[in-house]
Design a protein around this ligand. Structure first.
Ligand code: ASN
Ligand code: ZN
Length: 321
């Protein structure tokens, strides 16, 4: 009987609160618990009009096109990592619907975030295969969306390379999270499985060993540096955004490997805190970012091993803190 009376009292209180302040705000954890992705996959049918024809909506069963199914699953995996590890509800933090177009263009050898949605080419089968194959590439493009809604780093020079590096870091974390890998088990490659069989290489980039992802007659050699001594000054590629990203990429790898365990946990938390903390300027250089990661590490974990590992990682790649 006592239980029943207590229950009644709780329910009366709940009803009163619900009437006064509205149901959703009564229970705080509910929003996060109920956050779900809202995915839509479109097929451009080898044209370049976006978004193309809708082929799979949220909750729809897998169809026959494995490209569509990989895109849908990759969006889901990305949504899940950001929600469960960082309490972020989608790309904008407020449940933004996630849209992706596959089979973009003819033999299109790239994937990109266009400011509103993801776009994936099929590759030509000679150099690149289908860009939905590597889940880290899907995560990479979506993370460009997250960066746009947070630090919004300018896509040129060092801030551009930081933008690229965030996309690689969280892209790789999505793959590691999906596979349940620790930092030492992970391959730290971006785009493994994307290069056609005739290409001599294993991926687009390597965070563990920047500059070693490929060395090929057609593609040339992977141009990424692993430290500031080998920083590349160039006007190409928006001032080397996909080149010098090797430096912050490698710093993250060194940090994660030093800490051990799952990289999306402490290492990822530190990087995510800086990305979303409001202190990282749009035109931040590597040193600005490095200093903020040091501060974030001590904020979150004190002056212990995390703080020390962050300092050591940046020192190893020659970025001052
Ligand atoms: N796949 C490339 C990227 O996300 C496209 C680009 O150059 N923006 O970085
Ligand atoms: Zn990118």
């Amino acid at each position: 009987a006592r239980r029943t009376l207590e229950r009644d009292a709780i329910e009366r209180t709940h009803r009163r609160l619900t009437t006064v302040i509205g149901a959703p705000s009564v229970s705080l954890p509910k929003e996060a618990a109920e956050s779900k992705p809202h995915r839509t996959i479109y097929d451009a049918k080898h044209k370049t009009e976006l978004p193309g024809r809708k082929v799979r909506g949220e909750g729809d069963k897998p169809g026959k096109d494995s490209t569509v199914n990989r895109a849908y699953a990759g969006l889901g995996a990305t949504f899940e990592l950001f929600l469960k590890s960082y309490q972020r509800n989608s790309i904008d933090g407020s449940g933004l619907p996630m849209n992706a177009t596959v089979h973009y263009g003819e033999k299109y050898g790239n994937a990109f975030w266009n400011g509103e949605q993801m776009v994936f080419g099929d590759g030509d089968g000679e150099i690149f295969l289908d860009f939905t194959i590597p889940v880290d590439v899907i995560g990479h493009e979506l993370t460009h969306g997250v960066v746009q809604y947070t630090a919004n780093l300018t896509y040129f020079g060092q801030p551009g390379a930081l933008n690229e590096s965030f996309a690689d870091v969280f892209g790789s974390l999505i793959k590691q999270y999906t596979l349940g890998q620790t930092a030492s088990e992970a391959d730290w490659l971006i785009g493994a499985g994307l290069l056609a069989p005739r290409v001599t290489g294993k991926a687009l980039r390597s965070m563990k060993a920047p500059g070693t992802a490929y060395d090929d007659d057609v593609l040339g050699k992977d141009p990424q540096p692993a430290d500031m001594d080998h920083y590349v000054r160039t006007g190409r590629d928006n001032g080397g955004v996909h080149i010098n990203s090797g430096i912050p990429n490698h710093a993250f790898y060194l940090l994660a490997e030093e800490l051990g365990g799952n990289a999306w946990e402490r290492a990822g938390q530190i990087w995510y805190a800086v990305l979303t903390g409001g202190q990282l300027a749009q035109d931040a250089c590597f040193a600005d970012f490095a200093k903020l990661t040091v501060a974030a590490a001590s904020d979150k974990y004190g002056e212990g091993e995390e703080h020390g590992a962050v300092l050591k990682a940046w020192s190893q790649v020659g970025v001052p803190t």
